[in-house]
Design a protein around this ligand. Structure first.
Ligand SMILES: *Cc1c(COP(=O)(O)O)cnc(C)c1O
Length: 398
């Protein structure tokens, strides 16, 4: 049996997206060309823009198509170091960014880079469930803060933040608000009007659309500066010939989210509950990471002290089960997850954690299979780790 429980890393294309892309494959016109080939491509891009905008309650001229969620996040943070004439004097005078310790690496590394270029960056702590402290945000917000960037849902532990409340505080202090909503859009209702955010990031491949395409919402009237320069595409907001097929695929993926999201949410809650209960009943000495309720329906992060996450991943892979340790971006390094560490988990528990992320194709049969394989996998790994003493001194296996 093959089980793909790594939907937070990426998702398979929705069959309807595949159909759309296959049909559009012959269409190669450059949307900037004025002849019929170009006009056809342009019409498809603009139609996609309307559908993506509508999905998040935005106006179509507030959507900028970009090359990835990472690019959208880089774009927003980099507004601070833009030095062209288009750049916003307001942001220049407010030279501080506030973000969190649990953001995706594309936010954290960009922030770190900006910190070396004269921008002041402050990092919000999170509690044991991964929620930021609103009073800490309140105390950090002063007249120097230009932008606050807080992710809507965390990719590793699934914890969701109260973006509407955060945005209200941020606006009261005259700063702009960005949220990386890559893991939230298409899973929970997202309405930019209700949240009030100024910038919001979407990625295609996390919602059964194509890789290499994303959308950035930029509220009308908000200062903006392109990150990729050199062309008039996207009304001068993102240069480079449009990824026409990717954009059409993203819009089709969004259409399908509209139809499937609510039922899927309920279904995933049931599957996750079964998985959680099964793990609890069958395996000793475990810890669930993330918020018990304010969390993505399909995301379950669990620690097995005495068993290394990498070992669990590889053994499960041999049985046809795909999961991840922390974040895909962090695998390849043996550093414990920055997200788990931020929630106060010690390094050993962080090393022994895996993320199971379910999606639209996940079934109860797959959950049962994982519940069959996982207990003996953990037992086997723990047995190899001679230093593992249940509930006591946990030395990691090597
Ligand atoms: C995947 C992910 C990104 C990056 O999106 P890409 O399109 O892969 O660049 C950013 N933020 C979060 C929370 C993600 O899960």
């Amino acid at each position: 049996m093959k089980v793909y429980f790594d939907n937070n890393a990426t998702t398979p294309l929705h069959p309807e997206v595949k159909k759309e892309l296959t049909a559009a494959m012959e269409m190669f016109g450059n949307p900037s060309s004025m002849h019929s080939y170009g006009r056809e491509a342009k019409a498809n891009v603009e139609d996609a823009r309307i559908r993506v905008a509508r999905f998040i309650g935005a106006h179509e001229n507030e959507i900028v198509f970009v090359g990835s969620g990472s690019e959208a996040n880089n774009t927003v943070l980099s507004l601070f170091v833009c030095s062209s004439r288009q750049c916003i004097p307001g942001l220049k005078m407010r030279n501080t960014i506030i973000t969190t310790k649990i953001e995706h690496p594309c936010v954290l590394e960009t922030s770190d880079c900006l910190a070396h270029r004269g921008v002041k960056v402050k990092y919000l702590d999170v509690d044991q469930y991964g929620k930021i402290y609103l009073d800490q945000l309140d105390s950090m917000l002063d007249d120097s803060v230009g932008l606050v960037s807080v992710m809507m849902a965390n990719n590793e532990i699934g914890t969701m933040q109260d973006i509407a409340a955060i945005t209200e505080m941020v606006h009261e202090r005259g700063a702009y608000m960005h949220t990386d909503a890559v893991q939230a859009v298409g899973k929970v209702p997202v309405d930019v009007g209700a949240f009030g955010v100024d910038f919001l990031t979407i990625s295609g491949h996390k919602i059964y659309g194509p890789k290499g395409v994303g959308a950035l919402y930029v509220k009308n009237g908000i200062p903006y500066c392109p990150f990729i320069r050199g062309g008039h595409q996207e009304k001068g907001r993102r240069a480079g010939t449009e990824n026409t097929l990717g954009i059409m695929g993203l819009a089709r993926a969004v259409d399908m989210r509209v139809l499937e999201m609510d039922d899927e949410h309920q279904r995933l809650l049931v599957l996750k509950q079964a998985l959680r209960k099964g793990i609890e009943e069958r395996i000793d000495d475990i810890y669930f990471n993330g918020h018990p309720t304010d969390s993505l329906a399909g995301t379950l992060n669990v620690s097995f002290p005495g068993a290394e996450g990498e070992a669990i991943l590889l053994y499960l892979d041999l049985e046809g089960i795909a999961v991840s340790t922390g974040s895909a971006c962090a695998s390849g390094s043996l550093d414990p997850s920055h997200v788990l560490l931020a929630t106060g988990v010690d390094a050993e528990r962080a090393h022994g954690s895996i993320r199971l992320s379910l999606g639209r194709e996940s079934t109860m049969e797959e959950v049962d299979y994982v519940l069959d394989v996982l207990p003996r996998t953990i037992e086997r790994i723990r047995n190899m780790s001679t230093a593992y003493i249940k509930g006591g001194l946990h030395a990691t296996s090597r």
